[in-house]
Write a protein that binds this ligand. Structure first.
Ligand code: ZN
Length: 186
């Protein structure tokens, strides 16, 4: 049954207006005439889009929905897919140039810089609670200063592996490492 008249949003006259639920049914709107308005096709399309975003927003307020979405985002399948997409993107020099320009521009903004410096520091601080991360940082620092034997990547890697495995007796480890190296050369 076509309703002729003026669209309640834009006022245009149409022979056939669309029936629209002011509050969408999925959001609990009733089917009664008080919740029905007549819109032209254009306004109805706009309203439908608004309704969809309202429904999505409402869904995200729901803890059960949030948990489900979060679970979907943490499956190994999903993570692998995202990581493959990201990897492919970063292979593209144009994408890399675009991202780098974007970051440079963002970093010019003092508010952005302050906020993200804070986030980065928090992340670093948290990572630094991990003794292995601290050790790695220290080893890299010694290497950067040109201090032997840390300038030797094989030595550093072996030391970090020993550290990870709970080796704490530095002198003993060092003597054993030297001996192992010698026996490998010989
Ligand atoms: Zn309209």
């Amino acid at each position: 049954m076509a309703t002729a008249g003026h669209c309640v949003k834009c006022g245009i006259y149409r022979d056939s207006l669309h029936c629209d639920h002011i509050i969408p049914k999925v959001l609990g709107g009733s089917g009664e005439s008080a919740n029905i308005q007549h819109l032209c096709a254009n306004c109805h399309q706009d309203k439908t889009r608004e309704d969809q975003s309202a429904v999505t927003k409402a869904l995200w307020q729901n803890p059960a929905f949030q948990a489900k979405q979060r679970a979907a985002l943490t499956t190994p399948d999903y993570r692998a897919k995202v990581s493959a997409i990201r990897k492919a993107q970063w292979q593209d020099p144009k994408f890399r140039a675009k991202m780098s320009a974007k970051h440079k521009a963002l970093w010019q903004d003092p508010v952005y810089r302050a906020k993200h410096t804070e986030i980065l520091n928090a992340v670093r601080h948290k990572q630094f609670q991990d003794p292995l991360v601290r050790e790695e940082w220290w080893v890299n620092k010694q290497a950067a200063k040109g201090k032997s034997p840390w300038t030797d990547p094989i030595y550093s890697a072996a030391w970090l592996a020993a550290f990870r495995d709970g080796e704490r007796d530095y002198e003993w480890w060092h003597v054993r490492y030297q001996a192992e190296q010698k026996s490998e050369v010989a």
